[in-house]
Ligand binder design. Structure first.
Ligand code: GDP
Ligand code: MG
Length: 439
């Protein structure tokens, strides 16, 4: 049961546990859950886990007294290796041509401008070429972005539909203007369709680009594999750009696409601004996908400052869905030793999603005193069973704590949200497991 595995994790945390094949199996099962939660494609997750399982069976791991930590670390290393493999600089030997491909909304046009800006900063002379002829607005968008980064752009006449013609004209324009690298922005579709792929195949054949970059949203879910395979089979991608890493997505798509195509991840988009295209960091991505690296550091920082037994007891109550306002009060006392609450909670996977649902300033430490006053004005029964706190009780609590009904309502609502998050078995289990190995 969950609580048995929890007890075992605690023993491991104290360093009395001995690693067994079961330890490995348990840790890998939880890693599998973490991968699937990050939207890594099922087959890819399975394959990676099998690989690490073989590696973990080695002697080094068996000697460890902290098996959970050791296995998570091994897995993180493997992910880093897989994600970072084969990454070489873009091939920009003349004629340097970069073809940007991907689904609609993935970020091709934005990334084209970002890339042009980067290359220009490196002392090259880029030319942006608008080959998305399906929407007139697409050409205008590229022209605008090109202006913002101060890079020349080749834009076809309105109504032009022949991409090959546009490409040919752009190449002569580039030659006349002394451009040293051409970046071709293309049309995308919501779903991959035949017409789009046919056009891309023709454009690719005509351009013979040295680089064909698949631009993909980090939030691409299970379809990542089919998208990457489709584009790779059609035009032979040379690399991947992962966009929107500034969002909440854990980014399992990166791993899926990397595994199925074998093509390196070249860059990461971290915002809408045109300077927000960075080198891809495989180890950061591995931490993010696994969602455990941060937890390990949280466990370490908490363990320094908080009584371990107390922390474990309240963790256990969280997991069992029994966490109430009495525990909350205990935790607030601990938090006073810990510094900003948001910083600590921010280390929990999935927390960013929760945060969006909370009222503004809800996590402000300066408000903790008020929160504490509200909880102290509750009776022990109310703290144990928040659901009994109806309107008349709320009025009394507000009066008793010198706050308003609205503030009381807000806290109770917020608490209910927090409880819901804590009861999420997948997230909690990963966290408990990481704690088991992380002390
Ligand atoms: P395209 O259809 O593939 O050409 O996609 P666009 O370049 O038009 O981008 C679609 C939307 O995603 C736009 O609103 C962009 O500003 C936004 N976008 C692109 N890259 C990023 C990124 O790295 N982070 C964020 N937050 N938004 C991005
Ligand atoms: Mg576009």
């Amino acid at each position: 049961s969950l609580s048995d595995s929890l007890d075992k994790s605690f023993r491991n945390l104290r360093g009395v546990g001995k690693i067994s094949e079961k330890n490995i199996t348990d840790a890998l099962r939880d890693i599998r859950i973490a991968l699937l939660e990050a939207d890594v494609e099922f087959g890819v997750a399975k394959e990676l886990i099998a690989r690490v399982k073989d590696a973990s069976m080695g002697e080094e791991v068996l000697k460890s007294i902290k098996p959970g930590e050791q296995i998570v670390k091994l897995f993180q290393d493997e992910l880093t290796r897989v994600l970072g493999g084969d990454n070489v600089p873009l091939d920009l030997n003349p004629p340097a041509r970069i073809l940007m491909v991907g689904l609609n909304g993935a970020g091709k046009t934005t990334t084209s401008a970002k890339l042009a800006r980067r290359l220009q900063k490196e002392g090259r002379r880029p030319l942006l070429v608008a080959c998305d002829l399906y929407r007139p607005a697409a050409v205008d968008q590229l022209v605008t972005l090109a202006g913002q980064v101060n890079v020349p752009v080749f834009a076809p006449e309105r109504g032009e539909t022949d991409v090959i013609k546009v490409a040919r004209e752009a190449i002569s324009f580039g030659e006349r203007e002394g451009a040293t690298v051409l970046i071709f922005d293309t049309a995308g579709r919501q779903e991959i369709d035949e017409k789009l792929i046919k056009e891309l195949i023709e454009l690719n054949k005509f351009l013979q680009p040295k680089e064909t970059l698949l631009v993909a949203d980090a939030a691409t879910g299970q379809q990542a594999v089919s998208v990457a395979t489709h584009f790779d089979e059609a035009v032979g991608i040379t690399g991947i750009v992962l966009t929107k890493l500034d969002g909440d997505a854990r980014g399992g798509a990166a791993l899926s696409m990397r595994e199925v195509t074998g093509k390196p991840i070249k860059y990461a988009g971290e915002g809408e601004k045109l300077d927000q295209l960075i080198e891809f960091h495989p180890s950061r991505m591995a931490d993010r996908i696994l969602g455990m690296g941060d937890i390990v550091s949280m466990v370490e920082s908490v363990a320094d400052k908080v009584n371990e037994e107390d922390a474990m007891r309240s963790m256990k109550r969280m997991q069992e869905g029994k966490f109430d306002f009495n525990d909350f009060l205990d935790q607030m006392k601990m938090i006073q030793n810990l510094g900003p609450l948001e910083g600590l909670l921010g280390l929990m996977p999935g927390f960013n999603k929760i945060k969006k649902q909370l009222p503004a300033g809800a996590l402000d430490t300066s408000k903790l005193k008020k929160t504490e006053a509200i909880v102290l004005s509750m009776t022990p029964q109310e703290r144990a069973r928040p659901e009994i706190i109806k309107a008349s009780r709320r009025q009394r609590i507000a009066a008793g704590s010198g706050t308003s009904m609205q503030q009381v309502n807000q806290l109770i609502k917020q608490f209910a949200e927090m409880r819901k998050m804590m009861k999420n078995p997948g997230k909690m289990k990963n966290m408990m497991k990481a704690m088991g190995g992380g002390g």
